[in-house]
Design a protein around this ligand. Structure first.
Ligand code: SAM
Ligand code: SF4
Length: 326
């Protein structure tokens, strides 16, 4: 098992498959972002080899992310390869949903268990403004395809941005009345690429919850208000689905963190909001054995940090959100 020095069992690995994306969300990346050259990205065989080493270290859950994971060529075969690794119990994906109407079925057949689809509003024009390039119909079709492919339960991720979609939390929350979905509202975090915007336009989880309750009545805590992963879950009375708040900025959940992150260029990122990373891909390409890589990972994991510095005005400036994978 991979434990850090605080006794956290790190069994959940998020793998960024690419830094590329078919959208340009205002809270994630600048419109003119430059992507990494293909050769800098982990190749399929490299991802599979590292995933096998992580699985032997106790990782049992993998989430594929990006950039946009579905734009990676060969993503279906990659999922199939990951599925065949002993010890991997669950494979999920975070996606903007644009390509899901085509890919949901093959991904499910290859062994993907679930998807989180990012959708910040139900209004087409606001969706376009937030994503710069997106057509909301593609995402809605994608969500339907995910349900048909039984990639369930579908979770929707909504980043809430002042001046863009803070009023839309009500319509998004209302979706849970009729759909068995988990709609999760996310506090916007600051990274390189859009730091000032991300700080200025923050809407806190408390503000989102107050707005929903004002319109729809009191939310009931699910599971006594305990964290489910990073989300605190609630329910509208009689609803089929659940509402979650991910308050990474105002209520960090470091004690409950079980995550490791592999960036698309093969760096082990120890905390989303801290710059500490260990390059795993270079030693792998230089001929390191599985045992060497296992030791490198274990040493890195041991120094996983506790706590981010957002309250002190620190924000990671080495990568955009899309380069880390969320
Ligand atoms: N492209 C995929 C997507 O959008 O779902 C996966 C990658 S994206 C970086 C992963 C998640 O991070 C998405 O749910 C996205 O909304 C969220 N995200 C992006 N920028 C963020 C920010 N500055 N603060 C909080 N969440 C952010
Ligand atoms: Fe792309 Fe996801 Fe970032 Fe939006 S949040 S630009 S969809 S990586």
């Amino acid at each position: 098992m991979a434990y850090d020095r605080f006794g956290r069992n790190l069994h959940y690995l998020r793998i960024s498959l690419t830094d590329r994306c078919n959208l340009r969300c205002v809270y994630c990346m600048p419109e003119d972002i430059k992507f990494m050259p293909h050769a800098a990205l982990m190749q399929d065989n490299e991802i599979l080899r590292l995933a096998r080493i992580f699985a032997r270290l106790g990782v049992d859950k993998i989430r594929l992310t990006g950039g946009e994971p579905t734009v990676r060529p060969g993503v279906v075969e990659l999922v199939r390869g990951l599925r065949a690794i002993p010890g991997i119990r669950e494979i999920t994906m975070t996606t903007n949903g644009i390509l899901l109407s085509r890919l949901a079925k093959p991904l499910a057949e290859a062994g993907l268990d679930r998807v989180n689809v990012s959708l910040d509003t139900l209004h087409a024009a606001k969706f376009r403004r937030l994503t710069r390039w997106g057509d909301i119909e593609d995402v809605l079709d994608g969500i339907q395809a995910a349900e048909e492919a039984e990639l369930q339960p579908v979770k929707l991720n909504a980043v809430v941005v002042r001046g863009y979609n803070e009023a839309d939390v009500v319509d998004m929350a209302r979706l849970t009345l009729d759909h068995p979905w988990q709609v999760r509202f996310i506090e916007m975090m600051p990274f390189a690429g859009a730091t000032d915007f991300q700080r200025l336009m923050l809407v806190t989880a408390e503000q989102m919850k107050a707005r929903i309750e004002e319109a729809l009545g009191p939310l009931e805590p699910v599971d006594g208000g305990r964290l489910d992963g990073e989300a605190r879950l609630y329910r509208l009375p009689g609803a089929r689905g659940q509402i979650g708040f991910i308050a990474s900025v105002t209520q960090p959940f470091c004690a409950a963190c079980t995550r490791l992150r592999l960036t698309a260029d093969g760096h082990l990122r120890l905390c989303l909001l801290r710059e500490d990373e260990v390059d795993i891909l270079t030693p792998l390409r230089q001929g390191a054995s599985d045992e060497d890589l296992r030791r490198l990972i274990q040493q890195a994991v041991w120094r996983k940090p506790w706590g981010h510095g957002l309250a002190q005005g620190e924000a990671p400036q080495d990568r955009t959100m899309s380069q880390i994978g969320g």
